[in-house]
Design a protein around this ligand. Structure first.
Ligand code: ZN
Length: 291
């Protein structure tokens, strides 16, 4: 009985500390933040015995990439908590194969809390809200094009630890607000709007490949960067794009200029982030790298 209790205590210890209950492994996993909110980006950090043959994570049934970061000496991956994720406790799993082909796993609990994003009341010309059949077809086509783009990310990690704000301005419309347009409840705001003068330089948030330069109905002149591993950043309503599809850009590279193209009520930058399809708050990405 005593032995059983001791075994049970050790098991509880291993589970609560996130250590793999296998062999001599001291695989440790942590998430930043420890408790997430809807729309958060979470950094998953793993440390353990080197050298490893392979490492990857799993969250909500989807695989995510983890790699060694020389700057921190740990393994890192990013997960996105979509803005509509139900508040609950989720599991993050990390799988490791060592040099002798032994497989270890570690499970981490992540609580996701509800956010009251609020609402925003807007008045727009009816032609920008109640779309005619032809415009609706255009919008649907553009949506499909973007969704396909978000499925085809670079396998390689191009982003470095620190992300930057693409323009300096303050937030004019926050992330997640439900829009009440011309009296009708519409979709949520999937990015943040940053206040900036027309013509202000828009900078790349991180290293990436330009995967889209286009004129879209809602987003106007748009640039999208693929940072690898399913992470994308979007820059909308530009007056001018200064890059072309296929360009490799570094953090801080000039992508274009602030404008008011597409469905916009004045010059600003709409900055959006997607991680493996999840719509997340760009501001939570700025905290990554400084947990
Ligand atoms: Zn916006």
């Amino acid at each position: 009985m005593r032995l059983f209790l001791r075994g049970l205590l050790i098991l509880i210890f291993l589970i609560t500390t996130g250590m793999a209950a296998h062999g001599e492994s001291d695989l440790r996993t942590e998430s930043f933040p420890k408790v997430a909110k809807q729309g958060d980006v979470c950094l998953v950090r793993a440390s353990g015995p080197a050298p490893l043959k392979s490492i990857h994570g799993e969250f909500q049934g989807e695989k995510f990439s983890i790699s060694f970061n020389n700057e921190t000496g740990t393994y890192e991956g990013l997960i996105g908590i979509d803005m509509s994720t139900s508040p609950a406790t989720y599991e993050i799993k990390v799988f490791v194969t060592d040099g002798d082909n032994r497989v270890y796993s570690s499970t981490l609990s992540l609580r996701v809390e509800k956010v009251d994003f609020g609402t925003q009341v807007l008045s727009l010309p009816p032609s920008m809200v109640d779309l005619d059949a032809k415009t609706l077809e255009r919008v649907n086509q553009e949506t499909r094009k973007l969704e396909a783009l978000f499925q085809a990310s670079q396998n390689e990690r191009l982003w470095k630890s620190v992300f930057i704000r693409p323009v300096g301005g303050e937030i004019s419309t926050g992330f997640g607000l439900t829009r009440i347009i011309n009296g009708q409840r519409r979709s949520q705001h999937t990015g943040v709007d940053l206040r900036a003068e027309e013509g202000t330089s828009v900078l790349a948030s991180n290293h990436g490949v330009v995967v889209l330069v286009d004129e879209l109905f809602f987003s106007g002149k748009s640039v999208i960067l693929d940072h690898g591993w399913g992470l994308y950043s979007m820059y909308f309503h530009l007056s001018e794009a200064l890059v072309k599809e296929g360009d490799l850009v570094r953090t801080g590279a000039m992508l274009g200029r602030v404008g008011s193209t597409g469905r916009s009520t004045g010059p600003h930058l709409h900055w959006g982030i997607r991680i493996n399809g999840a719509r997340v708050d760009p501001l939570s990405l700025l905290k990554i790298g400084t947990p």
